[in-house]
Design a protein around this ligand. Sequence first.
Ligand code: FE
Length: 136
Amino acid sequence: MGNQSNKSAQSDSEWRQQLAPEQFEVLRKEGTERPFSSPLNDEKRRGTYVCAGCGQKLFTSDMKFDSGTGWPSFHSTIDSACVTRRDFKLLLPRTEYHCANCGGHQGHVFNDGPQPSGLRYCNNGVALKFVPDEDD
Ligand code: FE
């Protein structure tokens, strides 16, 4: 504990100090934000989406598409940035994914995304921070 570089070992109370309540609910408790609540839904600039918990780069703007669901959506992730896990919270199995660095929950991945990946990473906007490209 107290090791700043080892985010995966942080306690809930440490995370609570670092995150806004709505970020804590999603990242550490696997909550889901209300659809159409995130300004990142409409973010169209070029840049990088990083984990709001630890800053790890998860997606680029090239991976984003408009799914119409009300959550920021991506057809792929930066290599090795995310880890998936089966989730039975709604009885039907879904595939949860989280930041590979800090373990923070990001969203769920579905098989109805655009080709060629065919995947739709349905991400909570509150779990991300957008870093625009400097020349944009
Ligand atoms: Fe993270």
